[in-house]
Design a protein around this ligand. Structure first.
Ligand SMILES: *Cc1c(COP(=O)(O)O)cnc(C)c1O
Length: 381
């Protein structure tokens, strides 16, 4: 089978190349003339996500995850909300892991109830507890490849199996792993969702999303995107396409750097806890080794001295930019309690094991020795 590095460059590209252009040109055209026999349903129109810039990405993304089909969307949230609204309708019930990306959690708890869709939050690491939450109306189960910011690795194989056994659609947000580290279709997932804003584009300069998976479901999501309007602009398609070509190089570098960083922190004075699936001390390290080709670029950790120590440490670092997000070429550092998880009450944060002093480091592609030196200096004060 062709390896992912080769697919990133060649899969889905037009053959022969358009006007011989080696790089895919931008088709900045809203409308396309069909031939006299083109049916209305085959018309190419920018919102229908079916211009040449879209089609290249669809074929490439499907190939990357060894899936049947793919679709790009205007953002990761467009991919997630449109997929949920495709597989669920009024009266339906969803099972979802209790700790989710903030935006997804908000859609499920604030928006879906208004459409008559309910959800029960489960612990996706405890398969024996899931069946009791099943209802006649349960249609889908939703998880993330690695939880943010604690980097838990749930029982992902059992989730896909449970979905198959009970006729549910399985959805997984694969943003944190990227197709380089994990390919959900290989484990029986129906739909894999991405914020391409992160690793897939990799340059912190666009917003985009993707839905990858079973052809019949992707086709349904495609219709819903056409109706709801979350399609991706061709200019942004071009940038995403360009960014994706170096995905494997970037993610492997980030895997290696994050492992070095986590290993360094795990013996550094003043650090009391390090969360990274690549460390042998991670409670699900064995599972992560079996499932993933790499452990990702995000590490979270606790400093002795609580919130003040964490704030001082962050201020003393020079390399990482002090903000949210992940997956770009530049390293980023943040305290999730003040950023991504600030909307959750202090009590609920405690329940999911997220302390107010937790620091999250999303590693970029800078030289790892420089990153470690910077951290070392910041820890010494
Ligand atoms: C960023 C992110 C999203 C949302 O993606 P946008 O592109 O910002 O809409 C969803 N899930 C995860 C895991 C993310 O990190």
């Amino acid at each position: 089978m062709t390896q992912i590095d080769t697919k990133l460059i060649h899969a889905g590209e037009p053959e022969p190349r358009i006007e011989g252009a080696v790089a895919m040109p931008i088709f900045q055209s809203t409308l396309y003339e069909g031939g006299p026999t083109t049916s209305y349903h085959d018309i190419q129109y920018i919102r229908l996500n079916n211009t040449p810039n879209h089609l290249v990405l669809h074929a490439k993304l499907a190939a990357l995850e060894n899936a049947e089909a793919a679709l790009v969307t205007a953002s990761g949230m467009a991919a997630i909300s449109t997929s949920l609204l495709t597989v669920l309708s009024a009266g339906d019930h969803l099972l979802a892991h209790s700790s989710l990306y903030g935006g997804t959690h908000d859609v499920i708890t604030h928006d879906l109830p208004a459409y008559g869709i309910s959800c029960t939050f489960i612990d996706a690491d405890k398969p024996e507890t899931w069946a009791e939450h099943l209802r006649e109306t349960t249609r889908a189960i939703y998880v993330e490849t690695m939880t943010n910011p604690l980097l838990e690795v749930l029982d992902l194989v059992a989730v896909a199996r449970f979905a198959r056994e009970h006729g549910l659609v399985s959805l997984i947000d694969n943003t944190f792993a990227s197709p380089v580290n994990f390919r959900p279709a290989e484990h029986g997932y129906d739909l894999s969702l991405h914020s391409c804003t992160k690793y897939l584009n990799g340059h912190s300069d666009i917003v985009a999303g993707a839905v990858i998976g079973r052809a019949d479901l992707v086709e349904k999501v495609r219709h819903k995107v056409n109706h709801l309007g979350g399609s991706l602009d061709p200019n942004t398609c071009f940038l995403l396409h360009r960014g994706m070509k170096t995905l494997a190089l970037r993610v492997r570098h980030q895997n290696e750097s994050a492992l070095r960083l986590a290993t360094f922190l795990s013996t550094a004075p003043g650090i009391t806890q390090v969360n990274y699936p690549g460390l042998p001390s991670h409670p699900r390290h064995e599972r992560a080794r079996e499932l993933f080709d790499g452990f990702g670029g995000v590490v979270s950790f606790e400093l002795d001295g609580g919130e003040d120590a964490a704030a001082r440490f962050i201020e003393r670092t020079h390399i990482p930019r002090k903000t949210v997000s992940l997956g770009g070429v530049e390293s980023l550092i943040t305290r999730p309690a003040l950023s991504s998880h600030s909307g959750i009450s202090a009590e609920d944060r405690k329940k999911i094991g997220l302390s107010d002093s937790l620091v999250r480091y999303a590693v970029g592609i800078e030289a790892v020795d420089d990153i470690l030196e910077d951290l070392d200096r910041a820890l010494r004060g």
